[in-house]
Design a protein around this ligand. Structure first.
Ligand code: PCA
Length: 159
């Protein structure tokens, strides 16, 4: 009998991909693939979530145990959408990703992919630790299209 596997990709978003945030359109554009909102969730492990660089980018830093349990949204995506998210987050050059336990509003635990920074300057850990990200006019997120092309992402991290 032929075996059949149904790929189920769960992604936890905590930053600009959340609904109402500046990159949410990536998740809803039909050409990018499919995505279905499963619901809200939070990381089971604490992480530092900071806003950094001259462009006010939200970063979950790979320092488990430090910071807060991070609130976000869980999406089921297809392979095409997952590839698009990797493109947006410039995985693996910029953001890395890993699977983490996410606690749903029903207190279920799901293994979801999330994007995080593995390499970052130490002083990023000195910034305020958020629980839940949202874009604000005091610290407006700068989309890629408005960033200075002469400044590399790596240089920007050291800003
Ligand atoms: N986009 C991804 C990672 C950080 C960001 O701004 C997200 O929303 O989860």
């Amino acid at each position: 009998m032929a075996s059949r596997s149904v790929a189920c990709l769960l992604v936890f978003v905590y930053g600009t991909l959340k609904s109402g945030q500046p990159n949410h359109h990536w998740l809803t554009l039909p050409q990018n693939g499919k995505s279905t909102l499963i619901g809200k969730g939070k990381t089971s492990v604490k992480f530092p979530l900071v806003i950094g660089t001259r462009y006010n980018i939200p970063f979950l830093l790979d320092k488990p145990g430090q910071g807060n349990q991070i609130e976000g949204e869980i999406y089921e995506v297809d392979k095409d959408m997952f590839a698009k998210l990797d493109e947006l987050e410039e995985y693996p050059k910029y953001y890395d990703r890993q699977q983490q336990e996410i606690i749903t509003e029903n207190n279920e635990t799901l293994q979801c992919w999330l994007y995080l920074l593995r390499k970052f300057p130490d002083r990023m850990l000195d910034k305020p630790y958020l629980t839940s990200y949202s874009n604000t006019s005091e610290q407006p997120y700068n989309e890629k299209s408005v960033r200075d092309p002469k400044i590399t992402a790596k240089d920007d991290l050291n800003y």
